[in-house]
Design a protein around this ligand. Structure first.
Ligand SMILES: *Cc1c(COP(=O)(O)O)cnc(C)c1O
Length: 433
């Protein structure tokens, strides 16, 4: 069944003339699945509608933020009210306090925090702060982990960077990445080696506690504990990039799930409720190094924007209702169980990695526990699967190396529709393999 996509195709031609690849963020282009993007006209709950009148059950969720689904009533109401009062003040407002206290309440490791307008700014600023605090230059990041697009973090950076086979980017001078040390996810030895080679020179270990930008890769038992201990023993700060996992895995993020206390935490995505927001926070003594109290510079014209703050507050208040995560995780589990049954029935070799309400189907027969094993996936097969699924009205992420997100707006009904579509899509995918 071919989708009618005339309007999307026409719009894409215009967009390509105006923006590189026709998009404002590379994975949206569908290049990773050898396709052209659909243009979205509106969305409601679990459904997303395109410019040709097609509708899809959405599992991209704007790449993570929309845990309540699209245009949730509480969020829309809060945003309208905030916007009518004023869209930006460049001065403090009450919703900054409201969102900050909801975050502090949820994350025991965060005494104080600073809002930004993106996750990229949050990680960039947290790394700067860690360097200032420790008076050291080196940082450790992990192959396949993505922390936004700051120069020195674009080294084997997962997400779009993996998808397009450009692990680093031209335009980043060598000198900018000289202080970035690479370790392997789930391989504590690789971290130990760096700590002994660069003794007392490492400012921070920056990690996605559950990797979600090389597809979902959970930490093995003891891995995060090992990092915590190595950092502690060396006066190095442990930074959890919870831009995806914060409020996704639960109110306290991955640090609550795995019971590890990082020194600094980066947030984004869900805390903005669909608006451009990031945040970084941690212990008071560290955070007080930031201007205007301390010497570490950080600023933002739209940081703490009142409309974005209102969307975040409404989103987190909804998440705080009893049973939300239980429902979300059970629903995801039933989808994953259904997927396993289908894979088995069709004799297709694939791994499903999942934590909470996010997961990835890797088309490989190997266990996926790091970047290298993730790259054994058959991305051509994923592309066919993605396209067949899209034609059947299901929007999965347009890349093998991203997470599928279930939202609170999905119900058993959408899961049933999805599983029926997946069966057909996979059957077709395998037969043309
Ligand atoms: C999305 C993401 C970022 C970057 O956030 P932006 O808001 O896109 O700048 C950083 N870290 C992780 C783990 C992310 O998933």
């Amino acid at each position: 069944m071919e989708l009618k996509l005339n309007n999307s195709k026409r719009l894409y031609k215009i967009a390509e003339r105006l923006m590189p690849g026709g998009v404002n963020s590379p994975v949206r282009s569908f290049k990773a699945v050898d396709g052209t993007p659909v243009f979205i006209s509106s969305a409601k709950g679990p459904w997303i509608y395109d410019e040709d009148g097609n509708k899809y059950i959405d599992y991209v969720a704007s790449w993570g933020p929309l845990i309540l689904g699209h245009t949730h009533n509480d969020v829309v109401r809060a945003v309208k009210k905030a916007a009518e009062n004023g869209t930006s003040y460049g001065a403090p407002c009450v919703d900054e306090i409201n969102l900050a206290s909801l975050i502090v309440k949820s994350f025991p490791s965060i005494d104080m925090l600073r809002m930004t307008s993106s996750g990229t700014e949050a990680t960039m600023s947290a790394v700067r702060l860690s360097r200032a605090y420790t008076k050291r230059d080196f940082i450790i990041k992990f192959e396949g982990c993505y922390h936004g697009h700051a120069d020195y973090l674009l080294v084997k950076a997962g997400s779009g960077a993996t998808t397009f086979g450009t692990p680093s980017s031209p335009g980043v001078p060598k000198g900018f990445t000289n202080n970035t040390l690479l370790a392997r996810y789930n391989d504590i030895r690789s971290v130990e080696r760096l700590f002994s080679k660069y003794e007392n020179q490492i400012a921070c270990v920056l990690i996605e506690p559950v990797a979600a930008n090389m597809g979902v890769v959970p930490p093995k038992n003891g891995f995060l504990e090992g990092l915590r201990k190595l950092a502690q023993d060396s006066g190095t700060l442990l930074i959890f990039d919870e831009v995806i996992t914060g409020f996704r895995l639960g109110l306290g993020g991955a640090q609550k799930t795995y019971n590890i206390k990082p020194d600094l935490t980066c947030l984004g995505k869900i805390i903005g409720g669909g608006f451009p927001v990031g945040a970084y926070g941690g212990r008071k003594e560290i955070m007080n190094m930031i201007a205007p109290i301390g010497p570490v510079y950080h600023a933002g014209t739209l940081s703490g924007n009142p409309v974005a703050m209102a969307a975040g507050v409404a989103t987190i208040n909804k998440l705080r209702e009893k049973g939300t995560y239980k429902r979300l995780n059970e629903l995801t589990q039933s989808l994953i169980e259904g997927l396993h049954k289908i894979l088995k029935k069709l004799g297709i070799k694939a791994q499903i990695n999942s934590v909470g309400s996010m997961f990835t189907i890797f088309f490989t027969d190997r266990e996926v526990f790091d970047y290298e094993s993730a790259l054994t996936s058959d991305t051509k097969m994923y592309s066919r699967f993605f396209k067949n699924l899209l034609s059947a009205g299901i929007m999965f992420p347009p890349s093998q190396f991203e997470a599928v997100f279930v939202s609170l707006a999905h119900t058993e009904r959408e899961i049933d529709i999805t599983l029926r579509a997946v069966y057909k899509a996979l059957k077709e995918t395998a037969s043309r393999g």
